[in-house]
Design a protein around this ligand. Structure first.
Ligand code: ADP
Ligand code: ADP
Length: 229
């Protein structure tokens, strides 16, 4: 069974004669544990596609399945996904621990379980010694790791990354990319990662979805995509 299925996904913004169709029938199956990069120029529909998987945008037509469930009508919180954004806005008044725990508290996960999960994520991300700090007392790289920690503790079936590297300086971009690769090796969680950066895509992807003007033009390993005649 595929971890994520996109079945003839169509997206229009607006209705009637003024409707603007931005996704034109995308089909794809992502296997369990795969790291998929969605790549293409600005405006091609990458972010819209990701936001539909997240449940932040509705599909106009077609079905999105996560595991064996069609999730079209499920709100984001019930989709078993966690999203890492470009602007990883942490709560400034909360400690690292509370930032990571917040979503679980809202979901009424028991205290002991929250502590276990946050400690485990902190260990993986080497944040164990920083749990009492406020975000302002962290480096950029540490903040980005807290943002990933927030996603990990949810133990989702799927990670969604929306250009998480694009606002970082060159050094931090490399660091965070390595961190994401390490996470994927250790946890093996099925991931969709959006970027407009070809090099980033090639470096990270097991398979790449190459988008152009609302269509998926290629879907294959970096070797397959770049060796295509
Ligand atoms: P990308 O992530 O590849 O840069 P987007 O998914 O953000 O592309 O956008 C795809 C197209 O959809 C663009 O033409 C954009 O202007 C349009 N679009 C995105 N969001 C909206 C919206 N909320 N309302 C109307 N049009 C939108
Ligand atoms: P990005 O560059 O990350 O795709 P944008 O700056 O294009 O983001 O869009 C920022 C926000 O505005 C997003 O929530 C997007 O959905 C929305 N948006 C983008 N294009 C349009 C549009 N043509 N009309 C209305 N909203 C849009």
């Amino acid at each position: 069974m595929a971890a994520i299925s996109l079945r003839n996904i169509i997206k229009r913004y607006g209705t009637g004669p003024k409707a603007n169709q931005v996704i034109h029938g995308v089909n794809a199956e992502v296997a369990d544990g795969e790291f998929i990069v969605i790549v293409g120029p600005s405006g091609c529909g990458k972010s819209t596609l990701l936001r539909m998987v997240a449940g932040l945008e509705e599909v106009s037509e077609g079905d999105i399945a996560i595991g064996d469930r069609v999730v079209n009508d499920l709100e984001p919180a019930r989709r078993d996904i966690a999203m890492v954004f470009q602007n990883y806005a942490l709560y400034p008044h909360m400690s690292v621990f509370d930032n990571m725990a917040y979503g679980l508290k809202i979901a009424k996960v028991p205290r002991e379980e929250i502590k276990t999960r946050v400690d485990k994520a902190a260990k993986i991300l080497e944040l164990g010694h920083l749990l009492d700090r406020k975000p302002r007392a962290l480096s950029g790289g540490q903040r980005q790791r807290v943002a990933m920690g927030r996603a990990i503790v949810r133990q989702p079936q799927v990670f969604l990354f929306d250009e998480p590297l694009s606002n970082l300086d060159a050094k931090l971009r490399v660091q965070t990319r390595l961190e994401i690769q390490k996470l994927h090796r250790e946890l093996g969680i099925t991931s969709l990662f959006v970027t407009h950066d070809q090099v980033e895509a090639m470096t990270l992807a097991q398979r790449m979805m190459v988008m152009n003007a609302g269509r998926m033009e290629q879907f294959g390993t970096p070797e397959e995509v770049y060796n295509r005649p």
